[in-house]
Design a protein around this ligand. Structure first.
Ligand SMILES: C[S@@+](CC[C@H](N)C(=O)[O-])C[C@H]1O[C@@H](n2cnc3c(N)ncnc32)[C@H](O)[C@@H]1O
Length: 427
């Protein structure tokens, strides 16, 4: 397929996502099934236009003076793919699968608009109702921080130190261009791809099947590091889901001590069993029912609450979620987070720690939750987050509120957006 055919396919998929309000991954998969002739390179290129279009939906549409899938598809090629009006016209000419070329209105809009001078919510590529949330979280930096959340992400891996080390993995994955991550001590990073490129399918590498590494954003790895799990500890991962952080904690425990992996939704835990087996972890006990946790009350050295959240920190990877999010969903998440913090805190022993993590950048899900929890539960007090950060990552910058927690963002730390607060139970 030439660029025109790929663009037409991307516009069709963007229309489908818009009309059906469905996840981008599902729409792309269905398109692939009904267009089996498309090769791997075409699928990657079409997927990139769709995902870039969703990341930069507002600014791409604004450039053409419209918010249709067509405007977004063309706009994002101009904004992100280094195409020009001229190069696009040349590429589309004579391609019978291409969409109609840019019309006069579109050409006039493009000529009249300077992306740098666009209104703030357009440059931030966010919904209007989210702008005040981002402003509150980032102050004067909000547009820059929000546009960081609209960039392509890298592919990050965590080396499983139960089976391998970083030098061994660097050699194994040399062809991928992987380099050590700056923050996470066991991380590797494969840089974001350009244009129609695609990341290597690392999960088909024999080293993955042998459990030498996992795919995990560096921010998630850093969050697991800040939990401070050490060999011999008793740790409860209260919202374990598919086990991304459980496995990182298990490696930190070096198989000494115990991790209890819990999640209220049994189905979410389903992938954890195979992952545990592959990783060589021998100290993870999966507990899907709350009743199975009864004996752990007041006994844990550390309880991790990796809370359900809006996921606003992961908009680079799931840009469709950015446009589906509603105020009502945020309110539901806030209520869940408060209830989970309350319930999980009962398992921490005196002198132990409660660690609250979200992959959101909104204060409403982060520091506000910590403030409200500390006001209710006087036996808990925050650790010194500056000292915590310095101890683990002395050379790196993060947005730190000493009392409430550490915030990571693409613009600041080059990771997904994460919030981490560590509280000590004093009595
Ligand atoms: C952010 S995800 C966890 C991701 C996981 N820790 C990882 O690193 O891969 C949040 C999880 O919280 C779970 N959850 C939601 N409500 C819960 C509750 N009341 N108690 C325990 N887990 C809950 C969800 O099912 C979801 O799997």
């Amino acid at each position: 397929m030439r660029l025109g055919g790929r663009l037409a396919a991307a516009i069709e998929i963007l229309e489908d996502i818009d009309k059906q309000q469905r996840p981008a991954a599902d729409a792309l998969k269905d398109w692939g099934v009904s267009h089996r002739f498309a090769g791997a390179g075409d699928r990657a290129a079409i997927g990139n236009i769709v995902y870039d279009g969703l990341r930069r939906k507002r600014s791409a549409g604004w450039l053409l003076g419209d918010d249709t899938p067509r405007a977004i598809g063309f706009g994002v090629l101009l904004l992100e793919w280094r195409e020009t009006v001229q190069s696009l016209n040349e590429a589309l000419e004579g391609d019978k699968f291409a969409p109609p070329p840019l019309n006069l209105d579109e050409l006039q809009a493009i000529a009249a608009r300077d992306p740098e001078a666009a209104p703030d919510p357009v440059r931030a590529d966010c919904a209007d109702w989210c702008a005040p949330l981002l402003q509150r979280a980032f102050g004067d930096e909000w547009v820059n921080e929000a546009s960081g959340l609209a960039e392509r992400p890298p592919l990050d891996l965590r080396v499983n130190t139960l089976k391998a080390d970083r030098a061994k993995m660097l050699a194994e994955l040399a062809e991928t261009g992987a380099v050590p991550t700056r923050l996470a001590p066991n991380g590797l990073r494969i840089a974001p791809v350009d244009g129609a490129g695609r990341h290597p399918n690392v999960q088909s590498d024999p080293a993955f099947r042998q459990g030498w590494f996992e795919v995990q954003d560096e921010g998630s790895q850093a969050a697991a590091e800040l939990v401070g799990a050490r060999p011999g500890m008793q740790v409860l991962d209260y919202c374990a889901g598919a086990g991304g952080k459980t496995l990182a904690l298990s490696a930190a425990l070096e198989n000494h001590g115990q991790i209890f992996a819990h999640d209220s939704e049994k189905g979410r835990l389903a992938p954890i069993f195979e992952r545990i087996q592959r990783s060589g972890s021998r100290n993870i006990q999966v507990a899907s029912k709350s009743a199975e946790l009864a004996d752990l009350r007041g006994r844990m050295d550390c309880v991790l609450v990796d809370a359900p959240c809006t996921g606003s920190g992961t908009w680079r990877r799931r840009p469709d979620a950015k446009w589906r999010l509603t105020q009502r969903q945020l309110d539901v998440r806030k209520a869940e987070q408060a209830a989970i913090l309350e319930a999980a805190s009962a398992y921490v022993k005196p002198g132990g720690h409660l660690v609250y993590v979200t992959c959101s950048v909104f204060d409403e899900e982060n520091r506000d939750q910590i403030d409200a929890f500390l006001a209710r539960e006087t036996e808990f007090a925050p650790v010194d987050h500056h000292a915590l950060w310095e101890e683990r990552f002395p050379a790196e910058k993060a947005r730190i509120d000493g009392e409430r927690g550490v915030s990571l963002t693409p613009a600041r730390s080059g990771t997904d957006g994460f919030f981490i607060a560590k509280l000590r139970r004093n009595f």
